[in-house]
Design a protein around this ligand. Structure first.
Ligand code: AMP
Ligand code: MG
Length: 375
């Protein structure tokens, strides 16, 4: 783990956004509330430090981890002209220029010739083809290409469901009512396992009708469930059994900033637990998706991300486990398209912050049962 000082150096204060939500007006329609909620969940932190132009050779270099053995070490220093005089970068730039001029049909044909996925909107297809050529030019063998891509052995996708009211007052104390994890094996490139537990809320034990309707979670399901401190112990056991953070490098991934910065943060406070160190950093897939496919951040809600990839939602929206599975499907597609998913958000002293490109790449620490706040 980084030291306090090391971390502080690498983080940027989130001065412009508060992690709490603005109150929604009671008179607004449910669908409007839904889309407002989605925007708020986004929690855009302003300019993303990790964002680099995709076609910039400096990005090509910086995005490759040092341990790949293929590229120079990770750097965020601006590249000097000379460093990219290698003809290979010129070739990549030329290929990118050519791809930019291709029509959607031409892109689909080319991808199909290369036996690559042809689903998705034009920007997605472009990115897929550019990534393919970039990997072809910059890697020696498919094995090395794979190594350079997969720093993490596993990615834990988490999508909490929480108590809520239709109007969601600003100071509403959301309690987690479903804790799902979907485990992605980045080498097998598939979902290999999952965990699901409902959680009994303590502060507001009775679910609102709105919450039941939204999440499909019934009063009986939470009445029969364990309270959060027991559930988090089960989660930690589950992760330990899978040797995450010990034998295997792993990280967490969520859809938006809220799961960790809001739901888990509030829940730990309410349960009198310290925020667990293993959940301090995570990948906000909306941010990664927007940067990778060059999609405006307003178009990165779950349904839009799926749609742009030519995928359909599978299961029941707002069921935490189904949401997690669908988020995992997006992550898998991004990995297949050559995206290096990296933690891009963190909670530092209760504040939601970005993670800079210069932060050393590391796995999340081994999970441990969270300590009480006053120990
Ligand atoms: P989601 O991951 O989109 O299913 O949302 C996670 C949690 O956010 C839900 O369990 C609710 O507590 C809250 N939430 C999501 N959408 C809404 C909404 N439209 N109105 C109120 N709360 C919501
Ligand atoms: Mg959900």
């Amino acid at each position: 783990m980084l030291t306090q000082t090391g971390r502080a150096k690498n983080v940027r204060p989130n001065s412009s956004r508060n992690i709490d939500v603005a109150p929604a007006k009671g008179s607004e329609s449910v669908s409007l509330l839904h889309s407002k909620m989605e925007e708020q969940k986004e929690n855009i932190l302003g300019q993303d430090e990790n964002k680099k132009p995709a076609d910039d050779p400096a990005y090509v270099k910086a995005a490759c981890p040092a341990q790949s053995g293929i590229m120079a070490p990770v750097t965020t220093e601006p590249a000097s002209q000379g460093e990219f005089s290698d003809p290979v970068y010129k070739e990549i730039a030329m290929a990118n220029g050519h791809i930019n001029r291709m029509s959607r049909e031409e892109l689909r044909l080319k991808l199909s010739e290369l036996k690559l996925d042809t689903r998705g909107v034009k920007d997605v297809l472009k990115k897929r083809l550019k990534s393919y050529y970039k990997r072809q030019k910059l890697t020696v063998s498919p094995g090395e290409a794979e190594k350079s891509r997969q720093f993490y052995d596993f990615i834990c996708v988490v999508d909490f469901e929480a108590t809520c009211e239709e109007s969601n007052p600003q100071d509403f104390e959301h309690e987690i009512i479903e804790f799902p994890i979907v485990l992605i094996d980045t080498h097998k490139m598939e979902i290999v396992d999952s965990f699901q537990a409902y959680v009994q809320p303590q502060l507001n034990p009775r679910l609102s009708d709105f919450c039941i309707q939204l999440t499909g979670i019934t009063q009986k399901m939470v009445d029969d469930a364990d309270p959060f401190p027991t559930v988090i112990r089960r989660v930690v056991n589950w992760m330990q059994e899978r040797e995450l953070g010990t034998k295997h490098r792993y990280t967490l991934l969520t859809d938006g900033s809220w799961d960790m910065s809001k739901f888990l943060n509030i829940q730990c406070r309410l349960s009198g637990l310290r925020y667990p160190p293993f959940a301090r950093k995570w990948i906000n897939i909306r941010k990664s998706y927007g940067n990778f496919y060059k999609v405006p951040r307003v178009n990165t809600k779950l349904s839009s991300m799926l749609e742009k990839l030519g995928l359909q939602y599978e299961g029941r929206p707002h069921c935490g486990l189904d949401d997690s599975r669908n988020i995992a499907r997006i992550a898998l597609r991004m990995l297949a398209d050559g995206c290096q998913l990296r933690p891009n958000e963190q909670l530092f002293e209760g504040q939601l912050l970005g993670v800079t490109g210069s932060t050393p790449l590391e796995g999340a620490p081994p999970p441990n049962n969270p300590k009480g706040r006053h120990h």
